[in-house]
Ligand binder design. Structure first.
Ligand code: AMP
Length: 437
């Protein structure tokens, strides 16, 4: 993986003035690591494989070079641009929210091209007619979810023959959401000769196979998204049946604004919201059964800070860019260990300190260890005063922990009497809040 000395400012990356001006307006002071490492090579036409999560600045990593290349081509071409129903840059994403978000970012980066570059987003869940209209006359950049894009191709609204840059954003998520067939159908419609940029937070076998099939001598970059300097991960053990009370206590104690809480099922969102409401906490819910309009509204209000607590399923775990989200809480642990990283990647964005908190009861304990193992992390089990785990269970957990660390020598002390786990709270990371307990 690449880690060459990276340029420290955007000018050195080789970006053109209209983009540099926009970055200044957006107050991007310096490139994020992935931008610094990848943009020069992407501008030079190389394929890219990047291990990067949302929050790393990956959107600009592909969007800025893509815009620059399209602009230069437009300026150097003597022919009047006739886009037909073709597209030049294709960005495939797993969810509609991400499609909208990426398209919005691209449009924002492109403001100084004064409308010369047309970006369209297409995704399922809304009428295809408006999207067909938007695609009339083709587009320079198309951000799409795979299923809807195939539908639009079959109704001749768009053709992929002239794509010269393909971006696969959150490739792992696309595959895990079951887009494998759609993806191969789409890939077969693309020209052989093109630049391909693949972003994925994790690299399961399916993604590795895809990269081998697609990428030509790519540069490889790995960015640690859950960087300790920006994101603090903590885990609180709690008795079964006391999670809601603990959650309510923490929310009230810390007066969190913009806390994103993950549960595993749509109806758990509603259920938890109603239990919190009985404790005087207003929460909104975000899940796949909500209509597109309601999802967009809730997201906008959450982003604007009008909603303090949002309870969501994993549909919110990927791609949603909510600036400076201070806290993400796993009320239910994600079933898949890779979703743990995606969930906590919502916090500690762009250099801000964030907190990722997991509440685990006895039944979650083993699964959390699997998550830790997968991500090569080890977090201290903490307890909150007033919500201590029953001694019996605590002792059992400790015994399991000790058994696992065999063939180590017996622990300090007798070995019969288990030491009580220390209750520790690192008050310093609760930035801006009163000290807990
Ligand atoms: P992304 O990983 O693309 O979802 O970006 C995460 C957030 O970081 C977005 O709000 C971007 O606007 C912001 N961002 C991206 N690059 C930079 C940068 N170089 N400096 C400051 N913020 C950035």
């Amino acid at each position: 993986m690449t880690s060459a000395t990276a340029p420290a400012n955007f000018t050195e990356l080789g970006l053109i003035p209209p983009l540099l001006a926009r970055l200044t307006e957006l107050e991007y002071q310096q490139p994020t690591p992935i931008q610094a490492q990848a943009i020069p090579s992407v501008l030079a036409g190389r394929d890219l494989i990047a291990g990067a999560n949302t929050g790393s600045g990956k959107t600009a990593t592909f969007a800025l070079p893509l815009l620059q290349k399209i602009q230069i081509k437009q300026l150097s071409s003597t022919e009047k641009s006739t886009k037909g129903n073709y597209v030049t840059g294709l960005i495939l994403v797993p969810t509609r929210e991400l499609a909208k978000q990426v398209a919005d970012s691209i449009k924002s980066y492109a403001v100084h091209f004064n409308g010369a570059i047309k970006t369209v987003a297409v995704f399922g869940g809304v009428s295809a007619n408006t999207q067909m209209l938007a695609l009339r006359g083709g587009s320079d950049i198309l951000v799409a979810t795979p299923g809807r894009l195939l539908d639009l191709i079959s109704s001749n609204a768009i053709k992929l023959d002239k794509v010269n840059t393909l971006v696969l954003d959150e490739a792992d998520r696309m595959l895990s959401l079951g887009f494998t067939e759609e993806l191969s159908a789409l890939l077969s419609l693309l020209p052989k000769k093109k630049q391909t940029l693949l972003f994925s937070a994790t690299f399961p076998e399916q993604v590795k196979a895809l990269t081998q099939e697609l990428l030509n001598n790519p540069i490889e970059i790995q960015v640690q998204s859950a960087d300790a300097s920006t994101l603090v991960q903590r885990v609180f053990t709690v008795n079964k049946g006391e999670k809601t009370a603990l959650l309510a206590h923490l929310i009230q104690q810390h007066q969190w604004r913009q806390a994103l809480i993950f549960v595993n099922a749509k109806n758990s969102c509603e259920h938890l919201a109603s239990k919190l409401s009985k404790r005087g906490i207003t929460a909104e819910v975000f899940h796949g059964d909500k209509g597109q309009g309601a999802r967009s509204r809730v997201l906008e209000e959450f982003k604007a800070g009008e909603i303090d607590v949002l309870i969501a399923t994993d549909i919110a775990a990927r791609g949603l860019d909510i600036e400076k989200l201070p806290v993400v809480i796993n009320f239910d642990l994600p079933r898949s260990p890779s979703d743990y990283m995606h969930r906590i990647g919502r916090s500690g964005r762009a250099g801000e300190v964030g907190l990722a908190l997991s509440l685990i009861d006895y039944e979650d304990y083993h699964h959390f260890k699997v998550i830790e193992k997968k991500h090569k992390i080890r977090l201290e089990r903490e307890q909150v005063q007033g919500f201590e785990v029953d001694k019996e269970i605590n002792d059992k957990l400790l015994a399991e922990l000790l058994a696992e660390s065999k063939p180590m020598a017996a622990p300090e002390g007798s070995g019969k009497k288990k030491r009580k786990k220390k209750t520790t709270i690192n008050a310093d990371i609760w930035a801006g809040h009163s000290e807990p307990e």
